[in-house]
Design a protein around this ligand. Sequence first.
Ligand code: PRT
Ligand code: ZN
Length: 302
Amino acid sequence: MASTAIPAARERLRVAIQKSGRLADPARALLAACGLAWREDRDRLFCHGEGAPIDLLLVRDDDIPGLIADGACDLGVVGRNVLREQAVATRGATPAIRELRALGFGACRLALAVPEEWPWQGAAQLGGRRIATSYPALLRAWLADNAIEAEVVVLSGSVEIAPRLGQADAVCDLVSSGATLAANRLKPVCDILASEAVLAGPAARFDDARADLADMLLRRLDGVLRIRDSKLLLFQASRDALARLLPLLPDAEPPTICAIDGGDTLALQSLCHGAVTWQRLEELKRAGACGLMVLPIERMLA
Ligand code: PRT
Ligand code: ZN
């Protein structure tokens, strides 16, 4: 009976993630770091949440925006490129879906690329050309914004090979390392969208138990994202080096400072939110720090 199915669905939150592919493992790992756990079902398309009433739906990434728009799932982890493409393609036709959080993995960019031998003089050069892409809505919007009239050739895959096959003159495709473009003798010339995995959800707030569950998940996500790249930095320095050292830590919380034996040497400890690279450590050392130690942070409750 429908009357039992509807309340059951509304008391639990359903989060869609990619079943397999680039975003599948990091999405699961991130949700697990938020304290979520699931009972794995044999078909592995639906995983019942244990502990918290938050279930997982394992699907193709392209289906996630539509599943949220249909109400078949409540939130989803998907590339911004997929979310924006479907938002532009279906503008006004489906309920609005928002990017709730950028998740810091799956980074790539949607870029225009042309044959290596083209002397690139600017976007106007694309006028009258054929551009192959799997992102026709984003490409058409970009062409319109730049007042360029070009033919959009829609391909579902193997976009990079289109110029060699004579199907197109240029491509508009996702790029991360750029190795695939280079292997196809193409060069990126213009970025259309900077992308990464995002948590997507309806623009409107849930009006039932899912609202509190979504708030809880976002709170935990914020905690996990905040400390993911954070490190505890420990070092010593003389009192007069402080004025040189502190400007080198713009992404750090104000340090805890203790005088060692009441003398001029200080022990400092600071939570750094950016990457603490070797290069930064060397800069700190040159500015007077010594005994530098970088420690990982397991968990933080602000
Ligand atoms: O089966 P399903 O439909 O779920 O998966 P899919 O094959 O559509 O997606 P998948 O797993 O390939 O990618 C999922 C998401 O990962 C994308 O929507 C992006 O948000 C993100 N992502 C990050 C990338 C890349 N980096 C990437 N490099 N998606 C695709 N690529 C492609 C790129 O187009 C190129 O062809 O990987 C190739 C290698 O890239 P280079 O530049 O490192 O050579
Ligand atoms: Zn896909």
